[in-house]
Design a protein around this ligand. Structure first.
Ligand SMILES: [Zn+2]
Length: 87
């Protein structure tokens, strides 16, 4: 196995592990109690972030009466921290 392939497989394993950890690190919707949901968006060329991917977290319940959602950001950890921030 080439070093590149080995590194690639390690990267995939780490990403998979990170995704599996996500639901545990996100608090539920503060209004209806449903699970939080990550949305991946494409940056708007006219916006503040122009390349890569941007993330937002919101309520997964389509019938949520408030339907809260964070603003989009390039760093998922920061977006999770924003979602989990409660007064
Ligand atoms: Zn909700």
């Amino acid at each position: 196995m080439s070093a590149f392939f080995k590194e690639l497989m390690q990267g995939i394993a780490q990403a998979t592990e990170a995704i599996q950890k996500l639901p545990k690190t996100m608090l539920p919707c503060p209004f209806c109690g449903a699970d939080a949901k990550v949305s991946v968006g494409h940056p708007n060329s006219a916006g503040r972030i122009k390349t890569g991917k941007v993330y937002s977290i919101g309520c997964s319940n389509a019938n949520c009466l408030v339907d809260p959602m964070t603003s989009y950001g390039p760093d998922l950890d920061t977006v999770i921290a924003n979602w989990n921030k409660r007064v």
